[in-house]
Design a protein around this ligand. Structure first.
Ligand code: DQA
Length: 147
């Protein structure tokens, strides 16, 4: 099982960027925590981060052979129909992740272009949002439909 983990703008600065909102963990810390959990679950993770919308879209297209996607599109969550279209185009189950509880923040962060095209959102649990998304996607990809 292969899962693509994609992070958008400004998430390369995690650990330094507004730690009272996003936590003290760097993106590398989060990727290591995910890798450790993925090993327990037998999942191969592919990581990508970019500050550019087009690069994020190209990376989603380039990982369409994966089994699922975990995406934190950062502020593009609230602006990018193009990233939503990319997720639809690759037709993979996807989970939208946010470190912060976007629904408890400014109104501009309440709307997500991704929400209608993903399986679900995990928001507000800091780095644990990513770990929860990993477990949820693993469950979905391994579960047998009830008879
Ligand atoms: C974020 C929330 C977004 O509103 C913000 O623009 C980010 C990070 C989060 O993980 O909480 O860059 O996606």
């Amino acid at each position: 099982m292969r899962i693509f983990v994609v992070n958008g703008p400004n998430l390369n600065l995690l650990g330094h960027r507004e730690p009272e909102i996003y936590g003290l963990e760097s993106l590398a810390d989060i990727e290591l925590l995910m890798t450790n959990r993925a090993e327990e679950l037998g999942i191969d993770l592919k990581f990508f981060q970019s500050n550019s919308e087009g690069a994020l879209i190209d990376a989603i297209h380039g990982h369409r052979d994966c089994d699922g996607v975990i995406i934190n599109a950062g502020a593009y969550t609230h602006t990018s129909l193009a990233i939503a279209d990319a997720l639809v185009s690759v037709a993979l189950p996807a989970i939208e992740v946010h470190l912060s509880n976007v629904h408890a923040r400014e109104v501009a962060r309440h709307h997500s272009f991704l929400a209608p095209v993903v399986w679900g959102q995990v928001a507000g649990f800091g780095f644990r949002s990513y770990l929860a998304a990993l477990d949820l996607l693993h469950a979905r990809l391994t579960e047998v439909a009830p008879s």
